[in-house]
Design a protein around this ligand. Structure first.
Ligand SMILES: Cc1cc2nc3c(=O)[nH]c(=O)nc-3n(C[C@H](O)[C@H](O)[C@H](O)COP(=O)(O)O)c2cc1C
Length: 192
């Protein structure tokens, strides 16, 4: 369920964790490496619509990002070493870029795999208020706050509330490949 032996270890090792080490400090250099990995993602026409805001724990940016998270995410994300937000610039020369979100996602995917290589946890979150974030950080109208990101070091699961511990320990599942990859006609499995 968590990948096959032929997959790259970066992919099989990546997983989402709720237990973060509240004593861990991430360095500016580590954050620079992470976001640089995102910066080098492919994008439509090399338009590079991905934008990020980031703050280490103890900074005003971190506190403001924690504030805009849904309470259910705030519980565990407060132990992150840094919090970030991914945004997509959705217009170019007054025309909509409908791949902006795709490109942001791809940048976040690269960032997440780079984190695995550095023994860091990247936990992406839809559970935050984009409207509040827009106001708090002065995000311009053509830029869409899409995802909040907790960055940290995995911590002990027994420090988690029971519901979150259960989430982290549940088996990871995926749709089978025959429901995802088609050939000839939509719905016809390429790999039955
Ligand atoms: C765009 C996005 C939004 C997510 N939002 C949340 C969230 O708000 N809170 C949370 O605890 N996890 C969130 N997750 C984590 C997912 O639940 C997790 O990635 C999914 O269950 C698959 O597990 P895996 O990452 O271990 O493969 C989000 C993940 C993504 C990619």
């Amino acid at each position: 369920v968590t990948g096959t032996p032929s997959q790259h270890p970066l992919i099989t090792a990546r997983r989402t964790r709720w237990a973060l080490d509240p004593g861990h400090e991430v360095t500016d250099e580590q954050l620079r490496v992470l976001f640089d990995a995102g910066r080098w993602a492919a994008s439509r026409g090399n338009l590079q619509p991905a934008r990020f805001l980031v703050g280490r724990r103890g900074t005003d940016t971190f506190d403001a990002l924690l504030d805009v998270l849904m309470p259910s995410n705030r519980v565990w994300a407060q132990a992150a070493s840094a919090l970030a937000m991914g945004m997509a610039v959705t217009t170019v020369d007054d025309r909509a870029n409908r791949h902006a979100w795709y490109d942001l996602g791809q940048a976040c995917g690269q960032l997440a795999l780079q984190a695995v290589a550095m023994d860091l946890e990247v936990h992406q979150m839809a559970g935050f208020s984009a409207a509040d974030a827009r106001v708090r950080f002065g995000v311009p109208d053509d830029c869409d706050p899409v995802v909040a990101i907790a960055i940290g070091r995995p911590g002990p699961v027994d420090a988690l509330p029971a519901d979150l511990r259960a989430k982290q320990e549940r088996p990871r599942t995926r749709l089978p490949l025959d429901q995802v990859v088609f050939t000839g006609r939509y719905g016809t499995p390429a790999f039955p």
